[in-house]
Design a protein around this ligand. Structure first.
Ligand SMILES: Cc1cc2nc3c(=O)[nH]c(=O)nc-3n(C[C@H](O)[C@H](O)[C@H](O)COP(=O)(O)OP(=O)(O)OC[C@H]3O[C@@H](n4cnc5c(N)ncnc54)[C@H](O)[C@@H]3O)c2cc1C
Length: 416
């Protein structure tokens, strides 16, 4: 029960980190209360999002804020009773979403995003998971010509250094050639070419975890209760046993802050809930790649199980049951341009996106607990970033030269 490293959390972030440590010769134990990939990593939209170089910021325009105040939008929904609880976090998110704040976050994220496809290619090839991955990019669609014109101008900026994004601008007809199941109510589209997409993100995480086990890693299904120092090692108290290791990685997604609080660190980790539901896909509504409705903030993606509709963000109590209001709003919008088949599940799935208010994950050693490291807060892009952030953390933990400067991701930015 003595390992070089114990990684806590077997979501896509924990599993990728465990593989990167294993590749550097460490004996690793990976612990989760669930099977790998059953948290937020279970049900995302499957984008390995090479083109999302500008983080999702808090809206600053008054018109948008007024629209959100009515709580009738499809991209963001909130429970009124939860607002007082989340207000300080929202304020911090708003504060960091100034032009300067967004530029800082975008600069911090770029080195990670630039590596996202390359690092997934390495892991998916080793894990023989390539059949789950598609290289047809994804398409952003516009229902309003003015909004489309504006988006084209923004895309032109993203084609320039430092971003160098590649895309095709599509007329309605060109879009329909790629996605014939849509009608003419789509006024134009942008096809982002560099991202890859996954048709079963949970299966991908499980495939990576299977590779970890095949290579000699230990996978344990237990709850993490706490961490204590024992001589020059860390003891992880689990629900049924205790484990010892020189180094620990906290990769518990949206629950990471709870364990950190027991060690005296108060990290402002907010949760944006997101939903999905599947619909039957037949030859009549065949989808060839993920399609995102720009204004409504949802994605429909072809998955193993059918068409997966994933929603924007909901702010609600953790104990609240699933609420399909955003899915219903999205369904109504979709019906104007695409026929969603028969719903497959009656109760939708939801996952908790772990979000820091400055839009940057925490990839860091704890300053007052040497040997305990963190990798969490990947927000809307955990699937995208996990192999890259796992690599960066593994390089830091093994004293290798990190592929990028790790300073922007340090936990110290939240500790005063
Ligand atoms: C609807 C939706 C769509 C999304 N679309 C995309 C997308 O297209 N592309 C993209 O890149 N990202 C997307 N995301 C975001 C992405 O899914 C997350 O960022 C990512 O899954 C976070 O991974 P994680 O490993 O940090 O967290 P998780 O997958 O939640 O893993 C954390 C793990 O910790 C375990 N755990 C927690 N507490 C304990 C404990 N006490 N003891 C033991 N185990 C514990 C949990 O069981 C869980 O398995 C989307 C998210 C949602 C909700």
């Amino acid at each position: 029960m003595n390992y070089d490293v114990i990684v806590l959390g077997a979501g896509i972030v924990g599993v990728s980190t465990a593989l990167q440590l294993q590749a550097r010769g460490r004996s690793v134990c990976l612990v989760d209360k669930l099977a790998p990939g059953e948290g937020a990593s279970f049900g995302n939209a499957g984008l390995i999002e090479r083109s999302s170089v500008i983080p999702y910021a808090f809206p600053r325009s008054l018109t948008k804020l007024i629209r959100y105040a009515f709580n009738r939008e499809s991209d963001v929904h909130y429970q009124f009773s939860y607002l007082p609880k989340i207000a300080p976090w929202l304020f911090s998110y708003w504060w960091h979403s100034s032009k300067k704040g967004i530029a800082k976050a975008a600069a911090a994220m770029l080195p990670l995003i630039e590596r996202c496809v390359i690092e997934h290619d390495v892991l998916s090839t080793k894990a023989q998971m390539q059949p789950l991955i598609n290289d047809k990019g994804w398409i952003e669609i516009f229902r309003d010509s003015k909004v489309f014109e504006h988006a084209k101008k923004q895309a032109e900026q993203l084609a320039k250094p430092p971003y160098l994004l590649q895309y095709d601008v599509l007329t309605t007809q060109q879009f329909r050639q790629l996605e014939p199941a849509f009608n003419d109510n789509v006024k134009g589209a942008i096809h982002w070419l560099q991202p890859k997409t996954v048709c079963d993100p949970c299966a991908l995480t499980k495939g990576y975890a299977a590779l970890f086990v095949k290579q000699g890693g230990i996978l344990m299904k237990q709850s993490v209760i706490g961490l204590t120092a024992v001589e020059n090692r860390w003891q992880v108290k689990l629900s049924a046993t205790n484990l010892l290791a020189k180094q620990i990685v906290i990769a518990l997604g949206a629950d990471s802050a709870d364990l950190l609080r027991t060690l005296g660190y108060k990290v402002p980790l907010g949760v944006k809930r997101g939903y999905h539901r599947h619909y039957a896909m037949t030859s009549d509504n065949k989808l060839n790649r993920p399609v995102c409705d720009h204004l409504a903030g949802f994605i429909i993606a072809p998955m193993t199980k059918g068409v997966r509709l994933t929603t924007g963000a909901e702010f609600s109590w953790d104990s609240s049951p699933a609420n399909d209001i955003q899915l219903k709003r999205d369904e109504a919008i979709i019906s104007s341009y695409y026929h969603l088949g028969k719903p497959i599940e009656s109760i939708p799935w939801f996952g908790r996106r772990p979000c820091l208010p400055d839009m940057v994950p925490v990839i860091s050693e704890l300053p007052y607990h040497k040997g305990i490291w963190t990798n969490f807060g990947h927000a809307h892009h955990g699937l995208t970033l996990a192999p890259a952030t796992g690599r960066l953390l593994a390089e830091m933990m093994t004293d290798e030269k990190p592929f990028t400067n790790p300073t922007p991701y340090k936990i110290e930015r939240f500790i005063h």
